[in-house]
Ligand binder design. Structure first.
Ligand SMILES: [Zn+2]
Ligand SMILES: [Zn+2]
Length: 218
């Protein structure tokens, strides 16, 4: 997936098909084929995905007659070029799955920057006893594993019971992180002479015989 500001700019560029005048769609370039050694030389390409485009509409018959297989043509323009070219596509759906969505891209960018910011603050957050950066990394399922592991260590250092509730309200998709988080929570509880009530999950004194929240015998 693209996540660069440059690609966002591409997605905003307006180019039009010389055959049907429809606006071209900004698509991620497919990975180059091993062996052809060339690739597209660009991260994105602008393609006319209009199914009523005469180039596409008439292409089926032409390819059938010429090559005896199924396919058609679409107009394609590479970034920075004035003139595009006609390329062969095997199906109607080719390239429709890789249209760059500026909104998704922007959301991705925002997430990435927030992750980076949290990571940058991690060391200082231990000194400041601020659990927010570590929690941000841990609760972001798209954040890099190394940073999330480091976040666990930070939480252990900060040793603040307030980090437990947000953690318990989150479903961890990565088993390694989940295990490390559980170990960290156990350490923090231990260091504070606390435990979680097995019935209501509230944090209570380690020695408690009755839970002060749900009144169950322990
Ligand atoms: Zn067209
Ligand atoms: Zn309880």
């Amino acid at each position: 997936m693209l996540s660069c500001e440059r690609c966002l700019k591409y997605a905003e560029e307006k180019h039009y098909c010389p055959y049907c005048n429809e606006r071209l769609s900004c698509c991620e370039s497919p990975p180059m084929h091993v062996g052809d050694g060339l690739g597209w030389g660009a991260e994105v390409m602008f393609i006319c995905l209009n199914n009523d485009c005469p180039t596409f509409d008439k292409g089926w018959e032409h390819i059938e007659e010429q090559y005896g297989h199924s396919g058609s043509y679409r107009y394609m323009l590479l970034p920075g070029q004035k003139k595009g070219e006609i390329m062969m596509v095997g199906s109607k759906d080719a390239f429709t799955g890789c249209v760059v969505d500026p909104e998704a891209l922007m959301a991705q960018n925002k997430r990435y920057h927030a992750e980076k910011e949290a990571l940058d603050q991690l060391d200082a957050s231990i000194e400041a006893k601020d659990i927010k950066p570590a929690l941000h990394l841990l609760l972001d399922e798209h954040a890099a594993l190394l940073g999330r592991e480091k976040a666990c260590d930070s939480l252990y250092e900060i040793n603040d019971l307030n980090c437990i509730d947000p953690i318990r309200n989150h479903t961890f998709k990565n088993i390694d992180i989940e295990q490390k988080v559980n170990m960290t929570v156990a350490e923090i509880l231990k260091a504070n002479f606390k435990k979680e009530c097995p019935y209501c999950a509230e944090i209570i004194k380690k020695q408690a015989k009755v839970c002060m929240h749900c009144n169950k015998d322990l």
